[in-house]
Design a protein around this ligand. Structure first.
Ligand code: DGL
Length: 278
């Protein structure tokens, strides 16, 4: 479907809900000069337990929405959407919508960095059930580093714990220990644990507490932000289409009231958000 789309506009940042704000926070710190349009599909979150097809369909709708708002570049700041929808959108949908626009995800930049971080080459991935089932990290890591071993553990309780603001509570300890033990039970020689979900940075302290000291625990926000800065340098034609004004707009498919409270926790500052229908 051909649409008439404006050439320049804000950078679109999409997530199933709040989590992408933890990525946006780092992107804004690294690249404060650009305008951003954040979209959270809170009405249909979480994406983690949903099927491949549904996540793909919802993500495509979001990307088309952000393109209609003028975004020349959209970041899927969601591991589940990146795992299940990015490739199809890039390869099958983008050429028919507008081949000059770009959609980037969070998995590739994270994996590119992992080679510098791991000495043993044994990587542990904590993610949603959808991300782990897609095996996207395993495939991407073995493509870039064929000698590496990846073990993954789905942590289905982490997103609800964070969204119910229990991430500092004792209940969180129970589940963090359970999933971390399960991960290291698969391979005790893991030296790098990747938090492959936008919500998990809020559980960082607890995860750090149960991961053996000799292993690193890696969050994605700064990695994605650095990779975007590098992308902008390498793609001046796209960089010129991203408007500069340091403004950020927030939109959600849910009610603004429920978004505002949790958004503050993820972003570290209050936000004003408006409701949209996709
Ligand atoms: N944003 C999602 C991710 O990074 C987590 C929340 C969800 O399951 O929708 O995988």
């Amino acid at each position: 479907m051909k649409q008439s789309l404006s050439l320049s506009g804000p950078i679109g940042v999409f997530d199933s809900g709040y989590g992408g704000l933890s990525i946006l926070r780092c992107i804004k710190q690294r690249l404060p000069q650009y305008d951003y349009l954040y979209l959270g599909d809170n009405a249909r979150a979480p994406y983690g337990p949903r099927s491949f097809d549904i996540v793909y369909r919802f993500t495509l709708q979001a990307v088309e929405y952000l393109f209609r708002q003028g975004c020349p570049l959209v970041i899927l700041a969601c591991n589940t959407a990146s795992a299940k929808a990015l490739r199809s959108i890039q390869q099958n949908d983008l050429p028919g919508i507008d081949a000059s626009r770009r959609v980037l995800g969070v998995i590739r930049p994270t994996v590119e960095k992992i080679g510098e971080l791991s000495a043993s080459g044994i990587i542990g991935v904590l993610g949603t059930a959808g991300t782990v089932r897609s095996r996207s990290y395993d495939m991407e890591i073995s493509k870039l580093y064929p000698e590496f071993t990846t073990v993954s553990q789905a942590c289905p309780m982490f997103v609800p714990i964070v969204e119910n603001e229990e991430f500092e509570g004792e209940g969180a300890d129970y589940f963090v220990r359970k999933y971390v033990d399960a991960l290291f039970g698969q391979n005790a020689d893991i030296d790098t644990v990747l938090l492959a979900c936008t919500h998990y940075p809020l559980l960082y302290d607890k995860i750090r507490k149960y991961v053996p000291e000799r292993a690193k625990v890696i969050t994605q926000g700064d990695i994605v932000a650095e990779s975007l800065a590098d992308y902008m340098e390498r793609h001046p034609e796209m960089e010129q289409r991203c408007t500069r004004g340091g403004r950020t707009e927030y939109r959600t498919t849910e009610s603004p009231e429920s978004f505002t409270r949790l958004a503050r926790i993820f972003l570290g500052e209050p936000v004003e958000v408006s409701h949209i229908d996709m």
